[in-house]
Design a protein around this ligand. Structure first.
Ligand SMILES: Nc1ncnc2c1ncn2[C@@H]1O[C@H](COP(=O)(O)OP(=O)(O)OP(=O)(O)O)[C@@H](O)[C@H]1O
Ligand SMILES: [Mg+2]
Length: 317
């Protein structure tokens, strides 16, 4: 495992938001705030269109976990993949960029307000050996979050630049579903090493893979690979595999796009329960076949990253 040398850690200035709800250092606009008309005090359009790139020189790989479709298991994959990479010796951060429905606090089993360092940066919470940051830490769980474009953009930037991430090998970024604003904000804010696309094997989900791939192509972000989730049911009694959905859809899709196929994750009740109780399966049952599947994906990802070397050398599809 290679680590970065310590470089400059420039402290970017916070961007302004019109109101602060929850944590004083993160400007979030919530449902209750939007019910009244908001005064016209957004950042001028010119400012929005000239994003300054945040470089995060102490983070080696910045990887977005995305899908064209909701509910396919991005957050489940992001949490378990992060822990697998940490188990293999990596220093790992996990950023929950799902501003609409942050699920990392629940899945990682932690719900606290992050502290602020003397340098006025948010200190990530640490759970299962992973540094975590989520908008969900700043806002009460049941509160609806409604975002105006510029506020969403600046909040995503704050999660990157106003957080004391320190030295990391990997920053895994869990995206909301679909092809949208958050991905755009993210790619305008930092040079992503690449994106992982999570899918389920059926045709209907695979059509969304196409959209996800197309979006990252347009944003100039390399696709590091496709992960097929809920690929098969593994009988807990006899270990027999049953392919509930279509067989090998993700693999076929990756071949069609010429993208790496990083592996299959079984559909399994324990994977689901583990996320609900806040102890991802890789943390709670590291020796289980389900955890092995996540470990294989992590290994494949490491291989892709090592083969392609520095992020600058990655080919954009
Ligand atoms: N391999 C799996 N086996 C069983 N349950 C799973 C598996 N992967 C995900 N789930 C369950 O499916 C549900 C959706 O998963 P998850 O929240 O990870 O999806 P998502 O793509 O992040 O959703 P969203 O698009 O809403 O962000 C959760 O209840 C999760 O526990
Ligand atoms: Mg999610």
């Amino acid at each position: 495992m290679r680590f970065l040398k310590k470089g400059d850690d420039k402290k970017p200035k916070s961007e302004s938001g019109s109101e602060t709800k929850g944590h004083p250092d993160l400007k979030v606009i919530s449902g209750s705030q939007i019910s009244g008309r908001q005064p016209q005090q957004q950042a001028p359009p010119q400012q929005q269109q000239q994003p300054q790139n945040i470089t995060l020189p102490n983070i080696k790989y910045k990887i977005a976990v995305a899908s064209g479709k909701g509910g396919v298991g991005k957050s489940t994959v992001a949490t378990n993949l992060a822990i697998s990479l940490a188990n293999a010796g990596g220093a790992v951060g996990l950023m929950d960029a799902d501003a609409y429905g942050p699920s990392i606090p629940t899945m990682m089993g932690i719900q606290e307000q992050p502290k602020v360092s003397p340098e006025r940066k948010l200190v990530p919470l640490v759970r299962h050996n992973i540094k975590l940051m989520s908008i969900g830490f700043m806002v009460p769980e049941e509160q609806a979050m409604i975002w105006r474009g510029p506020m969403l953009h600046s909040s995503i930037r704050q999660l990157l630049s106003d957080v004391e991430w320190g030295e990391l090998d990997y920053l895994i970024i869990d995206l909301p579903p679909g092809t949208g604003d958050v991905a755009l904000s993210l790619t305008q804010a930092i040079p992503l090493t690449g994106a992982l696309i999570v899918t389920t094997p059926q045709d209907v989900a695979l059509a969304d893979v196409r959209r996800g791939v197309a979006m990252f192509e347009r944003l100039g972000v390399p696709i590091l690979g496709i992960i097929e989730n809920m690929s098969y049911f593994l009988c807990p009694h006899c270990n027999e595999k049953t392919e509930i959905f279509r067989k090998d859809g993700g693999r076929n899709m990756s071949e069609r796009f010429g993208v790496e196929f990083l592996g299959q994750i079984p559909l399994d009740a324990e994977v689901c329960t583990a996320g609900d109780i806040g102890v991802p399966i890789v943390a709670g049952h590291p020796e289980s076949p389900q955890s092995e599947a996540f470990g294989t994906v992590a290994q494949e990802l490491e291989t892709v990253l090592e083969e392609t070397g520095d992020e600058d050398e990655l080919t954009i599809l």
